[in-house]
Design a protein around this ligand. Structure first.
Ligand SMILES: Nc1ncnc2c1ncn2[C@@H]1O[C@H](COP(=O)(O)OP(=O)(O)OP(=O)(O)O)[C@@H](O)[C@H]1O
Ligand SMILES: [Mg+2]
Length: 362
């Protein structure tokens, strides 16, 4: 049935009964947790493939380790019917690694003023002159030639505009390969509602550029929330983008934005799927809004105690099985399952992007 996403088999069932998620309940926020190597990214891929097969929910996947860049490449051993169906899906991967394929680009000048200021490390209160100059420039922005923002600011007599130009250069922001200038932006792609858009954040030279890319996409999704298009926003390694302790102005905005989507996004059809290694690494106000839980192996008693506190709907007796899970085993609880259940994840239909580094043997 279309409403049922088959993701593997039920552990301890008589004849390996299929384990299913309810597609209709993906309209909630989901938390996907497990220690490193427990198989989160692999399992997430299994679930996303099923969502693409059985729903029309557009996926926007934030991929910090380039693990999903092969989501459009079907494995030779995938069952033919599913493989054929998946081949018809519109899966767009936008890359941050140079030369890897269609590049991930976005438009600086289309980002909200607050986000542009954060990228330039300008605070409205601590740097009032700079911020105010940016604010007053807003009406001039349409005059800026596509790729010469620095030149435009230098051509003006205002000293502070010159300083802003220097800031753009000194921070290296003007040179980021992220900027689309006149080219196509990832936000244009997302607006065309592909079945999945992979936002590959793994290949940028600096963390600042990678975080700015994520902020541009999240800002865009939030700005267009009134369209009320149901979307699943998947954030692997969510602690990167929704940390309780943001260190930079951009990280602060990212955490704020994700917490806001967690709190208010549901009614606009913005549903989060946050994946991470430890619950305490994601902002508690995002965590507490998750109605679905997928838990893979986690051996830390403290982390399990945190989970049990936040996710009251996950039975204690099942949570405590988690330290004994082998790779690919998971507990599912919350609205997207009929009842809390232990699952052995099934096989991927598409290729994984990154792979573990192997120990070289002699
Ligand atoms: N169910 C599975 N079947 C086969 N291989 C798997 C399965 N789950 C995980 N693996 C393999 O184990 C390795 C680690 O899995 P994965 O990358 O999904 O872990 P992770 O929990 O996301 O780890 P991290 O937190 O470090 O990102 C990968 O090479 C993956 O191919
Ligand atoms: Mg992973």
């Amino acid at each position: 049935m279309a409403n049922e996403l088959t993701i593997g088999t039920l552990l301890e069932s008589e004849s390996a009964a299929p384990a299913r998620l309810l597609a209709s309940r993906m309209n909630r926020h989901t938390f996907w947790c497990g220690q490193s190597g427990s198989g989160k990214t692999y399992a997430l891929g299994v679930a996303l493939e099923q969502i693409m097969l059985h729903t029309r929910l557009p996926l926007v996947i934030f991929d910090p380790n380039s693990d999903f860049v092969k989501l459009g490449e079907i494995r030779d051993d995938a069952p033919e019917a599913e493989a054929a169906e998946l081949r018809t899906r519109d899966i767009r991967v936008r890359h941050s690694t140079t030369g890897a394929g269609d590049p991930l680009r976005t438009r600086f000048l289309q980002m909200p003023l607050r986000s542009r200021a954060a990228i330039l490390q300008i605070d409205p209160v601590l740097n009032p002159d700079d911020y105010n100059t940016m604010l007053r420039m807003e009406t001039d922005i349409s005059l800026i030639e596509d790729h010469d923002l620095v030149g435009f600011m230098r051509s003006h007599p205002d000293r502070i505009r010159h300083e802003l130009a220097m800031r753009l250069e000194n921070l290296g922001v003007a040179e980021w390969k992220l900027w689309a200038w006149g080219e196509r932006s990832i936000t244009d792609e997302i607006d065309e509602l592909p079945d999945a858009t992979v936002v590959d954040l793994g290949g940028f030279a600096t963390q600042a550029e990678s975080r700015a890319a994520a902020l541009a996409v999240l800002d865009h999704l939030w700005e267009n929330r009134e369209q009320r298009i149901g979307r699943l926003i998947v954030i692997d390694e969510a602690h990167n983008l929704c940390t309780p302790e943001p260190a930079t102005p951009v990280e602060k905005l990212l955490t704020e934005r994700i917490v806001q989507i967690a709190a208010e996004g549901r009614k606009y059809g913005l549903w989060l799927l946050l994946s991470t290694q430890r619950p305490s690494k994601v902002h508690p106000n995002a965590l507490s809004q998750c109605d679905n839980l997928a838990l893979m192996r986690m051996s830390s008693p403290r982390d399990l105690a945190d989970l049990s506190e936040v996710f009251g709907y996950a039975p204690e007796s099942l949570l405590e099985r988690s330290p004994a899970f082998t790779q690919g085993q998971a507990l599912f609880a919350g609205g997207f399952v009929d009842q809390p259940s232990l699952v052995q994840m099934g096989a991927r239909l598409t290729h994984e992007g990154g792979s573990d580094v192997k120990v070289p043997l002699r």
